[in-house]
Write a protein that binds this ligand. Structure first.
Ligand code: ZN
Length: 63
C-alpha cells in the first residue's frame, strides 16, 4: 500500500509527512480516483484551471 497522501484542500500529493507544504492543511486522504502531474505550471492550462503554481503531482477527485 502506498504511503502517499493527498491534501483534501488543494490536491497536492505528499510522498511523506502529514502536513501539506502548499496550504498547510492536515486534512489528508489516501483515497483519490486520479491525479495529474504538472511539469510546467506556467504553461499548463490544467494548472491554471486548478490554480496550481508549483510543479508537482496533484490528486483530482479526492474522496
Ligand atoms: Zn494542500
Amino acid at each position: 500500500m502506498s504511503e502517499e497522501k493527498a491534501c483534501r484542500n488543494c490536491g497536492m500529493i505528499l510522498s511523506h509527512g502529514n502536513v501539506c507544504p502548499i496550504c498547510g492543511s492536515k486534512d489528508l486522504t489516501n483515497k483519490w480516483n486520479s491525479y495529474v502531474v504538472i511539469l510546467n505550471f506556467e504553461k499548463s492550462a490544467i494548472a491554471q484551471k486548478l490554480n496550481i503554481n508549483i510543479n508537482s503531482t496533484f490528486a483530482i477527485d479526492v474522496k
